[in-house]
Write a protein that binds this ligand. Structure first.
Ligand code: TXA
Ligand code: MG
Length: 339
């Protein structure tokens, strides 16, 4: 299959709309990462997503909408969801709500809830609107690879597998949306993102974070969100993360680096670059928001450059930094060292 990469305009959107209505797949930009979309209400179209990504069938998809009236066919809206919808939609937040019968089981992997997201960038909204149907979309990477934050990343993974990629440039946030369960008395964050638990608590009075966000699942433990049990975001090289003050991170990273300097690369905060002068080093940015924006592209770049060992500085995993640290931790298979 020939894969077209087109800028977002009237003619590419009209092509995208017809591909989706005929049951095909289109990759599209969102403010978080690129999505791989299909008609969420068409079971056959949705099953093509799992095929194209090599995604385990037990991992449910998020359904994307471009207006609130699309919700009527999709889900019940718990009272606790409304203040979050008002405060953070359109935007990088997915709400898990009781699904209605029109949503096929393949979309939700048989779960009674459906994840709904109203994305915040204009290109995604125009794309969904042009399709005229709710769009089921996981991140547009091959399963297990870092999520794509540019159309070029999507092309690397999906070339020959899908007919069309809409190119909207770099994604603004760079890590996936916050996934929040809103079926209980107050919201619970299952996957951290740009909308933090602290922000949710400000509009709902209280919000929780699943404690499995920063640790591997225990033997036999049921994942609150199926995506958490699969290995994720992994570069080919072995990644270790160091968290502590700048001096101790530098000391520990340099000791490990010395074991194999040719094939090792360091990821450090912008302000620590001078500490690693003359070594293989890349900047993770100056703060967690920049880190989130850069992380997945850096992991892909490490693969391309052939590094087999990656040593990264890390922020303390809380507040705004929780999203980026959750992704780094998972890419490192939780090899995190407090120094
Ligand atoms: O920012 C995003 O959310 C991006 C863009 C494309 O919108 N999408 C995305 O989708 O990251 P995906 O499939 O890569 O991740 C969806 C996560 C998975 O961890 C999945 O298990 C979880 O959300 N999820 C989806 N529906 C769920 C449900 N009904 N119950 C529990 N977890 C659910
Ligand atoms: Mg994904």
């Amino acid at each position: 299959m020939n894969t077209q990469l087109l800028p977002v305009n009237e003619s590419s959107l009209s092509l995208a709309g017809s591909i989706i209505r005929e049951g095909g797949l289109v990759a599209f930009p969102t403010e978080t990462v690129y999505g791989l979309g299909a008609n969420a209400l068409d079971a056959e179209a949705v099953s093509r997503i799992f095929e194209a990504k090599g995604r385990p069938q037990d991992n449910p998809l998020i359904v994307h909408i471009s207006s609130l009236d699309m919700l009527d066919d999709l889900c019940e809206i718990p009272d606790g969801a409304r203040p979050l919808m008002e405060a953070f939609w359109p935007g990088p937040m997915t709400l898990l709500m009781p699904k209605k019968a029109s949503v096929p089981d393949v979309t939700t992997a048989g779960l009674p809830t459906v994840g709904i997201r109203f994305p915040g960038n204009e290109e995604a909204i125009r794309f969904i609107h042009a399709c005229g149907v709710p769009i089921a979309a996981p991140s547009a990477n091959l399963s297990g690879r870092p999520s794509p934050t540019t159309a070029q990343h999507v092309y690397e993974d999906m070339q020959g597998r899908i007919p069309l990629i809409l190119d909207g440039g770099k994604c603004r946030f760079g890590v996936e949306s916050t996934v929040m369960d809103v079926c209980g008395p107050y919201p619970k964050v299952l996957r951290p993102g740009a909308v933090t638990a602290e922000m949710a608590a400000r509009v709902c009075g209280k919000a929780d974070v699943a404690d499995s966000v920063m640790r591997p699942l225990r033997e036999g433990e049921i994942a609150p969100s199926p995506g958490m049990k699969h290995r994720h975001y992994a570069p080919k090289g072995r990644l270790t993360v160091y968290v502590g003050n700048a001096e101790s991170m530098e000391k520990n990273i340099k000791e490990e680096y010395a074991k194999c300097p040719e094939s090792t690369c360091i990821l450090c905060f912008e302000q620590d670059l001078p500490r690693y002068h003359g070594l293989n080093v890349r900047s993770l940015g100056a703060d967690p928001a920049q880190g989130a924006h850069l992380l997945f592209a850096l992991l892909r770049q490490m693969d391309e450059e052939g590094f087999t060992r990656i040593l990264s500085e890390g922020w303390e995993a809380r507040g705004e930094a929780l999203a980026v640290m959750n992704r780094i931790a998972r890419a490192a298979a939780f090899d995190i060292i407090n120094v």
